[in-house]
Design a protein around this ligand. Structure first.
Ligand SMILES: NC(=O)c1ccc[n+]([C@@H]2O[C@H](COP(=O)([O-])OP(=O)(O)OC[C@H]3O[C@@H](n4cnc5c(N)ncnc54)[C@H](O)[C@@H]3O)[C@@H](O)[C@H]2O)c1
Ligand SMILES: [Zn+2]
Length: 362
């Protein structure tokens, strides 16, 4: 059974990946929680599917939030802290987050703030949460002005990943998570690239052995990066590949037209285009990425969905900026990326124009 470990400033935590792991969770969680109270938290889809049985097996309290990004709010944060209090959680208690990135992020902020911090365990149930949001200790809620503007670092005690939980995940959510998987292959794992290209059909059918292997590889990449650079002083920024333009496109389209993964597909295409124009990315690498994205049905352009001017303005407002030009993550070879590139504005305009269908061809 693959068990990875992440070293955070607060200590080391394990990431266990195993099909069928959910059946063994009550024992694992009893060990972590000891005699203190546990609150199992899910959303209106994940709680009835997985949370209720777990809470019953543990004799734990439970709380379900409405599914969707709107639950990453101040109101939900306050309500969650009240739930902890009513459930009798003390300083030794544990919050178990069973859900996608929304539940994980909200639970992380609650577990960081309630009584100045209690224990947190992640049981991710979306592909995105398995390979991305449950590892690395970041947690945030949104403001009306923007996403993830209020947050904390709250590393968990453990992350338990059961790829079988993905069986009923809606197809669009699954494909959205696949964009992050493709991203990992481009920035860090050429072998993963080959496997994803060769096994497209099995991946889309959620073949459990393959999926377990792929999730494990992605988690290993994220665990390694955040162990070496927890607070994003350097290397961790490579995880943002495709996200500089992708986040801006999501914002420009009001988070309504594209899934996160679809926006990241377009963002990766723009980043490759920019990389080629800057002489950093070999043209063959850009072509290989295009082949992979199209094999998985992810868009590489979004004609007419937003204007170049608005999208680029949002790019430079990205919260990863620290004044000055937006740093870009670019591929320098297949399976390798480097952060911190400053990009000529004309190159950006041309690449954005191609992606949004309003620039000259080329
Ligand atoms: N903290 C981090 O490092 C980090 C990283 C990336 C993203 N995020 C955050 O993650 C959030 C997105 O997470 P997400 O993509 O997991 O979305 P999500 O949590 O909204 O889940 C997507 C949908 O799938 C449903 N669902 C979840 N698991 C299911 C299952 N197994 N079967 C059936 N339905 C299921 C959910 O109820 C929801 O409707 C965003 O808020 C983003 O900001 C955080
Ligand atoms: Zn992402």
């Amino acid at each position: 059974v693959p068990e990875l470990s992440v070293t955070a400033s607060t200590g080391v935590y394990p990431v266990t990946i195993e099909a069928g792991l959910i059946g063994r969770l009550p024992d694992r969680l009893r060990e972590i929680a000891g005699p203190s109270r546990v609150l199992v938290m899910g959303d209106s889809n994940t709680f009835p599917r997985f949370g209720r049985d777990l809470a019953e097996a543990l004799g734990a309290s439970s709380w379900a939030v409405p599914a969707g990004e709107s639950s990453k709010s101040w109101e939900a944060l306050e309500e969650g802290c009240r739930q902890c209090l009513e459930a009798g959680l003390d300083r030794g208690s544990t919050v178990v987050a069973i859900g996608g990135g929304v539940v994980g992020d909200l639970a992380g902020v609650i577990a960081a703030l309630y009584l100045r911090g209690i224990r947190l365990v992640h049981v991710p149930t979306t592909l995105l949460a398995m390979v991305d949001s449950s590892i690395g200790g970041k947690a945030a809620i949104d403001l009306p002005q923007g996403k993830n503007l209020v947050g904390v670092f709250k590393p968990p005690e453990a992350v338990y990943i059961d790829p079988e939980l993905l069986t009923d995940l809606p197809d669009r959510e699954y494909r959205s998570g696949l964009a992050e998987v493709l991203k990992y292959s481009m920035i860090a794992d050429e072998q993963l690239y080959d496997s994803l290209l060769a096994n497209r059909q099995k991946m889309l059918e959620k073949d459990m052995d393959l999926l377990t292997d792929v999730v494990t590889r992605c988690c290993a990449i994220k665990a390694g990066v955040v162990t070496r650079d927890e607070k994003e002083k350097g290397e961790r920024a490579i995880l943002n590949y495709g996200h500089t333009f992708g986040h801006a496109l999501e914002a420009a389209t009001g988070y309504a037209r594209l899934t996160h993964g679809e926006a990241i597909g377009v963002g990766m295409a723009v980043a490759a285009d920019v990389g080629v124009a800057m002489g950093v990315t070999p043209a063959g690498v850009s072509a290989s990425q295009a082949e992979l994205l199209s094999a998985y049905g992810l868009p590489q352009s979004a004609p007419g969905l937003a204007t170049v001017a608005e999208t680029l303005a949002l790019t430079s407002r990205d919260k990863k900026n620290r004044g000055g030009a937006t740093p870009w993550v670019l591929l320098d070879r297949l399976g390798h990326a480097t952060p911190g590139h400053s990009v000529d504005p004309e190159v950006l305009e041309r690449a954005a124009g191609r992606a949004l269908g309003s620039g000259e061809a080329g």
